[in-house]
Design a protein around this ligand. Structure first.
Ligand code: ARG
Length: 469
């Protein structure tokens, strides 16, 4: 059906409010006013929301069944047209104006009935949330893949011991798998955060009108189900200006960015010549245009850099919202670009992180030469504790032994039994058994520790979390 009627066509890009403001828009105002190039991507949601609204208007007796069918047909044709061509440079103010103009081209004056009882205020809030629901789900599944890649890497590195660091100084030996999984759990908390955010995104604003609600007897519960929202908004004034979900999703993304940035920093550090614990694959490294020998961990560095931008986008939306008076304000048009940017960048970096992890390898020889036997000093103190020495005394005795070994320039595991016994009489000949990475690690068998059984049970828990997702 193409009720194309030249006389009744609104001029291209004619604003939806042109009855009130007669003067034409100043050219300096136009680029500031226009949001089409940003919100064009909301066209599927705009069409979907409009189809639901049409059905609700038919049910309320505002539109006849035939009119409703005509509008839905027309909207579907509009969707086909926008899918097939690039409309981002069209003269229309925003996606809602564009869809309405194209609908007019398809169905003529009938198009003018669609906006009955609706405002762009509740319309844009609905479109954006529909988009947000899908974006959150996509992030969850890409994030899951990063978690899966960590889990695979952990399973393959159960038998490698690396130094565990505090203050970036070697602390105590840990299984490499334990370190890998230390980056799994923060992302699992991000998944839980995204679930909580999802519930806040999935609230239907449509039916709130511009500010006061809808004067027609539309069934908002029908619209909720039709569009797949979990609940409907309770207050129309709040509904048209509530962007809390945008702040929450921006925060969740920023925090994922921070977590991945910390992981990336570990990869950069552990991949450096000085550490040499891991080798990142060619596919996620770059060379230098000048220094022929260079092999740079750019994927990890870019992820670390992107985190700054994700945090910045969170600051932007919070700052936009701060100080807005009650109800819808045009400032809210600025809610989309930063969140789009955060989601786009996150969805670009998540697969790169997963790929980097899937192709990274531990360099066992390098790790072995880096492990400093001094990181077994705590185990030496624990040895004395087991002989009945209070921990504080044991700590002091072992600190003395470390000092003696440094004075003699001899590693602590190469000192004589005399040296140990001169410091504390509870040292026996079996003290040498302490100097074993395996023994040290296996002692930490309490849940959450780095012993094999603990890490295996951690792996099982992680697997169960992934299954739940
Ligand atoms: N482009 C606008 C936005 O994104 C749509 C809502 C316009 N509402 C208005 N009252 N001017 O917020």
């Amino acid at each position: 059906m193409t009720a194309h009627n030249k006389d009744s066509d609104p001029p291209k890009g004619k604003p939806l409010w042109s009855g009130r403001i007669k003067g034409s828009m100043s050219p300096e105002m136009e680029p500031l006013n226009r949001s089409l190039d940003v919100d064009i991507r909301l066209w599927p949601q705009d069409v979907q929301g409009s189809c639901s609204w049409t059905k609700a208007l038919v049910q309320a007796g505002v539109l006849t069944k035939v009119e409703g069918e005509g509008l839905v047909d027309g909207l579907n044709k509009v969707a086909e047209r926008i899918a097939a061509a690039d409309y981002s440079g069209a003269p229309d103010e925003d996606i809602h104006s564009l869809v309405e103009r194209l609908l007019h081209e398809e169905v003529g004056d009938l198009a003018g009935k669609l906006h009955t009882g609706r405002s762009r205020n509740d319309q844009v809030a609905t479109d954006f949330r529909l988009w947000g629901i899908e974006a959150t789900n996509t992030i969850k599944s890409e994030l899951r893949d990063v978690q899966a890649s960590l889990l695979e890497w952990a399973k393959g590195s159960l038998d490698i011991f690396i130094p565990g660091y505090t203050h970036l100084q070697q602390g105590q030996p840990v299984r490499a798998a334990h370190w890998v999984l230390s980056h799994f759990w923060p992302l699992e908390r991000d998944q839980q955060l995204l679930d909580a955010v999802s519930a806040h995104v999935s609230v239907l604003p449509l039916g709130s009108g511009a500010i006061a609600g809808c004067p027609f007897s539309i069934d908002r519960e029908f619209i909720r189900k039709d569009l797949g929202f979990d609940s409907i908004s309770e207050n129309s004034i709040d509904a048209v200006s509530d962007r809390d979900w945008v702040t929450e999703l921006s925060f969740a993304i920023a925090r994922i960015g921070v977590h991945l940035s910390r992981l990336s920093e570990d990869l950069v550090l552990f991949g450096s010549k000085e550490f040499g614990f891991i080798r990142l694959s060619d596919g996620f490294s770059t060379g230098s245009s000048l220094m022929p020998q260079k092999r740079n961990p750019d994927a990890a560095e870019l992820v670390r850099g992107k985190a700054g931008r994700l945090v910045g986008n969170l600051m932007a939306i919070l700052t936009i919202l701060k100080g807005l008076p009650t109800g819808y304000n045009r400032d809210l048009q600025e809610d989309k670009e930063n969140l789009f940017d955060s989601v786009d960048n996150l969805l670009m970096l998540l697969p790169a992180v997963a790929g980097t992890l899937r192709t990274a390898e531990f360099q066992v020889d390098r790790i072995e030469t880096s492990l400093d036997v001094q990181i077994l000093a705590t185990d030496l103190a624990d040895y004395l504790v087991k002989a009945g020495v209070p921990f504080r005394k044991a700590h002091e005795a072992v600190a003395t032994i470390v000092r003696i070994s440094e004075d003699k320039s001899v590693a602590i595991d190469c000192l004589e039994l005399n040296d140990f016994q001169s410091v504390h009489s509870s040292f026996e000949s079996d003290v040498m058994d302490v100097f074993s990475w395996d023994r040290s690690v296996e002692a930490r068998v309490a849940p959450g520790g780095t012993a094999l059984a603990s890490v295996q049970s951690q792996i099982q828990d992680a697997e169960a979390k992934l299954q739940d997702l």
